[in-house]
Design a protein around this ligand. Sequence first.
Ligand SMILES: [Zn+2]
Length: 461
Amino acid sequence: MTHLTRTLFVTFIFAAACERAKSFDLVVVNGRVIDPASGLDAVRNVGVSGGRVTAITREPLSGTRVIDAKGLVVAPGFIDLHQHGQQEESYALMVRDGVTSALELEVGTGDVADWYAQRARGQIVNYGVSVGHIRARMKVLKDPGTGLLPAGVGGSGVASEAQIAEMESILRKGLAEGAVAVGFGSAYTPGATMAELGRMFRVAAEGNASSHIHMRNGVAGLDSTIAAAAAAHAKLHIVHVNSSGDTSLVAFLAHIQAARDRGQDVTTEAYPYGAGMTEIQSALFDDWKTWPDAKFALHQLVSTGERLNRKTFEEARKKGGTVIIHGRSEEQTRIAIVSPLSMIASDGFIENGRGHPRTSGTYSKVLGKYVREEHALSLMDAIRKMTLMPAQRLEARVPAMAAKGRLRVGADADLTIFDPATVIDRSTYENATIPAAGIPIMIIAHTSTVAASHWKRIGTR
Ligand SMILES: [Zn+2]
């Protein structure tokens, strides 16, 4: 018998044995399986092999590992399109909140190859990044900022034609290196004209990439951003509609819907908190000297948890750091979360134990407060906003996303298993690192390889 024949024989026996025993690497039994793509919402057994879902059935299954999910929901893993906390400390909290894929698509990076190289030794969640106009602008205009955002000329400076061309080439290079999208923050770059932004939208469109923007100037700014994206044939994603829409939220959502009705590719997202957070040296606060005294008290310094006044705000602005901004109503938050237009995305960030509770509580808060307690959203709709919608947002550029955000045979086995009766956020503005409750089991498929060069993921826990 030749070596080749023997090998084939062994393979055949192995395959036959598997067929008889229907054995899987892992089976999740008795769970309430919810898949927003197919509409499935029923008790099923799920078989996983080779990092993929290979069976969903009423029949009993056996596997090397068995998880009994009786009374629990089995959903596709949550996909967060807006997560600045891209280090292990944040990933560890996100995973407890049900997130299996965390992407930094708003600010992004100016050096995509280096960003991926820094994480290449393995992380517990799938991760990805955009190439960011903000970061490219900071580099080209030589901004003095040391954080994520411009602290001077990178935000307020007006770029020359040569500098705009240099930003375009940084974006093109990032896309060639596997950026998932292109990030923008026109609110943080008031010096960037709509013509400059239009040039960057064109680069994103060339790469078939979505443009994720933290935009400026409320409804008027939204209209000009939508028009610039339409002229560039760019796919547009407006980040955190709850804060960008603010007191004009209803009109804001209506204008996004109107653009969609005209056939334009415009999407949006929201996080379930009444307070935002950003860097205190950013352009958002350039007018701070004109504020009435009462406005300072809405600002809470992240490093200490203290509420600020005129004097302490001035001191903190000189020093740098992040600040939480209170002031939106619960009604605004609910409208943004419930809108059929909005995906759920955290805009989270944690560093050295300090940050915003949305980093560790966004998904559990939507499921506990808006689905269970308030019945403001169905469980199916909430899961759709956390899984299928964000996967679909990226699919044109990242084909691998077609295997995520769904729970069907052939999908990646990224699964979030939670208790719908107890799931809830526990983090606070003073302590953002308390893990969510009621999400006892996470499964993240790391064993399959993904062909798309635009999507980088790791093979070990
Ligand atoms: Zn953000």
